[in-house]
Design a protein. Structure first.
Ligand SMILES: [Zn+2]
Length: 133
């Protein structure tokens, strides 16, 4: 396993932050899972169980995304080094950007569901109106 220096830790943090900042809202999804999180490379998404250790899980999945060749042990080590090694302000900055993306992502999903329901309701009403004539 590759040991990370203080400089490496800050670099991993900076890359996690810039990843969350530059990705579209859909990149971050909160969902109830049996595990803490998932990194879905194919969907370009990280899924995080918001009921569990959100900050650590978010770093963990971002590190998987950024360093796909790292072992699980290496990722767990890096996640721990980042969460403990950067300042509280840096941790909160990351959480702020993560939460903003997750909020936008959840809002978009909610709007899609509402639109689909409204469309279905209008369709049913149109069908019922035809029947009553
Ligand atoms: Zn993992």
């Amino acid at each position: 396993m590759k040991r990370l220096t203080k400089k490496d830790v800050q670099n991993v943090y900076n890359r996690c932050l810039s990843l969350v900042r530059r990705k579209p809202a859909e990149f971050v999804v909160f969902k109830k899972l049996k595990i803490c999180g998932w990194c879905l490379y194919e969907d370009d998404t990280v899924v995080i169980d918001h009921r569990k250790d959100m900050l650590r899980t978010a770093y963990h999945e971002c590190i998987h995304y950024l360093f796909p060749d790292w072992s699980e042990t290496q990722v767990i080590y890096a996640e721990s080094r980042v969460v403990n090694g950067v300042s509280i302000l840096d941790n909160i900055r990351f959480l702020k950007h993560l939460a903003a993306k997750a909020y936008k992502s959840a809002l978009q999903k909610d709007l899609q569901i509402r639109r689909a329901r409204r469309k279905k309701k209008l369709k049913n009403e149109a069908r019922n109106n035809r029947r009553h004539r």
